[in-house]
Structure formats: C-alpha cells, structure tokens
Design a protein around this ligand. Structure first.
Ligand SMILES: [Zn+2]
Length: 133
C-alpha cells in the first residue's frame, strides 16, 4: 500500500453488494467485513447480511476509494445574521450527509441577499401535459 496516498479521515465503509442489475444500486449499509481484492485492487466491503463465508472482519489499515464530490448546495437562509444562517444551513447539510454515511468537509460558506421571482408555470393544453416549445 506504499504507492497510494495516506488519508487522515475515513468515512464509514459501506457495503458494496449490488442489489439489482445496476452499478448505482448497492446495499450501502455499514460494512463490517472485507473480501480481499485481486492483486493491486482495493478489497470489497460488506455488511453482515451480505458477507461471504470467507470474508474477514475489517481491521487495521484499509485501502479505500475516497470519493470527493465538489458541489454547490443552496439553502434559503433562516436568519438575517449571516453567521447564524451559515451555521444553520451547514447543520442541515451535515445531517443529510451523515445520514447517507458520508463525511462533510466544508471549504467555505457564503451568502448573498437577493430577490427571486417565481416564473409562471408552462401553459397546459387540453391533455393536461405541458405544451412543447
Ligand atoms: Zn449489504
């Protein structure tokens, strides 16, 4: 494992068991077991329900693929005081990220006051579906 970077954080390991015929539909539950990977590959991690008979408990250093998403998340502020609005929005986001077994690493929080004017809904024709433009 010396040719890979070292991480100082490790989000909760999640079960990789594919549930249906889609690479995006996995169990995702907390993993307690690992299955050694082929030479040069990371092991696979499994929950107790999906472990195999030869899987071993996760212990010691582990090789993981750390997925980093760089996104912009927008909330309507709940306070006129920027620091309070930022902290409340951060708490909301942290709760959602933790519930999905992720870890939040915040780089910056900004806000601006502006006006939003809702757009009228698209016109509907007799069938009840939006009219094509
Ligand atoms: Zn599982």
């Amino acid at each position: 494992m010396s040719d890979v970077p070292s991480f100082v954080v490790c989000p909760p390991l999640r079960c990789c068991r594919q549930l249906i015929d889609s690479p995006l539909s996995t169990c995702g539950s907390d993993a307690q077991w690992q299955r050694p990977g082929k030479a040069g590959q990371a092991p696979q991690y499994f929950c107790s329900q999906h472990r195999g008979k030869d899987d071993v408990p996760i212990a010691g250093p582990r090789l993981i693929r750390l997925v980093r998403l760089q996104v912009e998340v927008l909330y309507a502020g709940t306070s006129s005081v920027p620091a309070i609005a930022h902290a409340e929005a951060l708490a909301q986001l942290e709760s959602a990220v933790t519930a999905s077994r992720g870890m939040l690493s915040i780089n910056a929080a900004t806000s601006v006051v502006g006006r939003y004017e809702p757009q009228p809904p698209p016109p509907k024709h007799a069938g009840g579906r939006p009219k094509a433009l």
